[in-house]
Structures are given as C-alpha cells and as structure tokens.
Design a protein around this ligand. Structure first.
Ligand SMILES: O=C1O[C@H](COP(=O)(O)O)[C@@H](O)[C@H](O)[C@H]1O
Length: 256
C-alpha cells in the first residue's frame, strides 16, 4: 500500500455522497473489528452534511456500533451554540442526532456563548484533544479525518496567505482573519490533521477544480492550503466530475 494521494472521481454529487458514505461505513466496521474505539473528524461545508445524510439514509448504518465511535470537528465558526452556521449543528442534524449517542462521544468546539474568549476556547479544545492523546502526541491519532476544500483551497479554517496553515506548535488555533465569514473561527492545525491515519477530502463542483488541480500540481500550502495535507496511510480526494476537471488524467481513478 502506498501513501500517494489518490483522486476518486464520481459522476455527480449524489453518487459522490453515496459512495463516500458506503466507504465510511465499511471502514468503520473494519476498524471496530480491530480496535475498541474509532475517532473521526467531521467537516462542515457543502459535502460534509451530504455524506452524513447519506449514512443516515442507508440501512447499513444499523450494523455499526456507534457507541464506540467518537466524533470531533476540523473547524468551527465562532457563533452561538445551535446557530445555523455551526458545523456541528449540520452534522448533528444530518446524522448524529439520529444515533442516540452519549454526549461523551461527541466533541464539539466551544461556542461563542460558552462564556469563553476565542483564545480560551482554543485552549479548551486543546485540553479535550489531550485527554484522548495517543502515540505520544497531545491529541488523538485520528482514524479518519474528513475535510471539505474551499474554492480557494482552504481546509478546516486554514486559509491561503494566512498564518494558520504554517502553525505547527499547537493543535488548535483561534482564527480572527478568515476571508470567508465569519472572520472568527477555531481550527485544528496541520500537524493534527497530518497525524491522522486517513484523510478523506470530499469536494464537488466546478468552483473547486482549480484548487484541486493546483494542489496536485505542486502548489505551495501557503497559496493552496490543501496542498499541505497528507495522512499517514491514505490521502484520498473523493470528487465529482466537475471538481476533477483540472486533475491530470494519470492521477484519476474513476469510481464508476
Ligand atoms: O467554511 C468552511 O468551508 C469549508 C469548505 O466548504 P464548502 O462549502 O466550500 O465545501 C469547510 O470544509 C469548513 O469546514 C467550513 O468551516
């Protein structure tokens, strides 16, 4: 098995969401056969919710022991709890609320109405990650990190030409200059994401084609942050045809 980045192309958004959901459930079953708990990082964005809804709507999800799965997020917008802009709200509505999970399995970033400052919220999430540290690291070695990719190539809340993508001395940063509203956010940093066993990026639409093409062509992570992402075992771009428009043919594996 190589750890080269792979691009799996699907005919459209619906097929993409269904295929990633099916792979996710199969991988969870495999992992839960081999280990007691599985730690997964969820993403916001257009495809994050679509994949989770597809899991919810699949009868196969009933065969998974979700009580052994922990959910985290790659980033969060600094808005009040339950706000429609929160990534965790989208994930809860799409899947988590239907699973009847213990609160202990769900690890949301603090909200802006938590009483914490943005910096204290980053510290609180850092401490929560440290409770589940593994492999000598002050954070979990995540089994699967899901990421969306913005049209500008951002992942989590690590944006082009901002300092966040260069941070390697902390697992969590407070972001105050996000070019995509809201400006204030919380984000995991690159070392945490790249320590994961698998990074699965899910992106659809022609507005993502240029970022993906540039990342695969060797752009710098400062210009196109997704270019700096690589999991330990697997790094897969699950994409639709439109997002794949600028991917070199030799890198494409069609999933249809
Ligand atoms: O703001 C965010 O955007 C990205 C990408 O979103 P998309 O709608 O362009 O797919 C997302 O991955 C991130 O979690 C979110 O906070």
């Amino acid at each position: 098995m190589t750890n080269d980045r792979r691009v799996l192309v699907h005919p459209d958004k619906g097929a993409l969401a269904g295929s990633v959901a099916a792979r996710f459930m199969t991988k969870l079953l495999d992992l839960l056969d081999a280990q007691e708990t599985v730690h997964v990082v969820l993403t916001g964005g257009s495809m994050g919710g679509a994949v989770l809804s597809s899991v919810r709507d699949s009868p196969a999800h009933a065969s998974i022991d979700w009580s052994r799965v922990h959910f985290w997020w790659g980033d969060e917008r600094w808005v009040p709890e339950g706000h429609e802009e929160r990534n965790d709200r989208q994930s809860r509505e799409a899947l988590l609320d239907s699973l009847g999970l213990d609160a202990g399995n769900i690890h949301p970033f603090p909200a802006s109405d938590s009483g914490l400052t943005l910096d204290a919220a980053a510290d609180a999430y850092t401490a929560e990650l440290a409770r589940y540290g593994s492999d000598g690291l002050p954070y979990p070695v995540f089994d699967i990190v899901f990421l969306g990719v913005g049209p500008d190539g951002h992942i989590a809340s690590l944006f082009p030409h901002r300092s966040g993508i260069q941070v390697v001395d902390r697992p969590v940063i407070a972001v105050r200059d996000s070019p995509k509203p809201p400006a204030e956010r919380l984000s995991l940093t690159r070392p945490v994401i790249n320590a994961a066993q698998r990074v699965w990026m899910v992106l659809a639409g022609s507005d993502k084609a240029s970022a993906l093409g540039l990342a695969l062509a060797g752009a710098s992570r400062d210009e196109v942050p997704v270019a700096g992402i690589k999991g330990r075992r697997r790094t897969v771009f699950f994409v639709d045809r439109d997002a794949a428009a600028e991917v070199p043919e030799a890198l494409i594996a069609r999933d249809y």
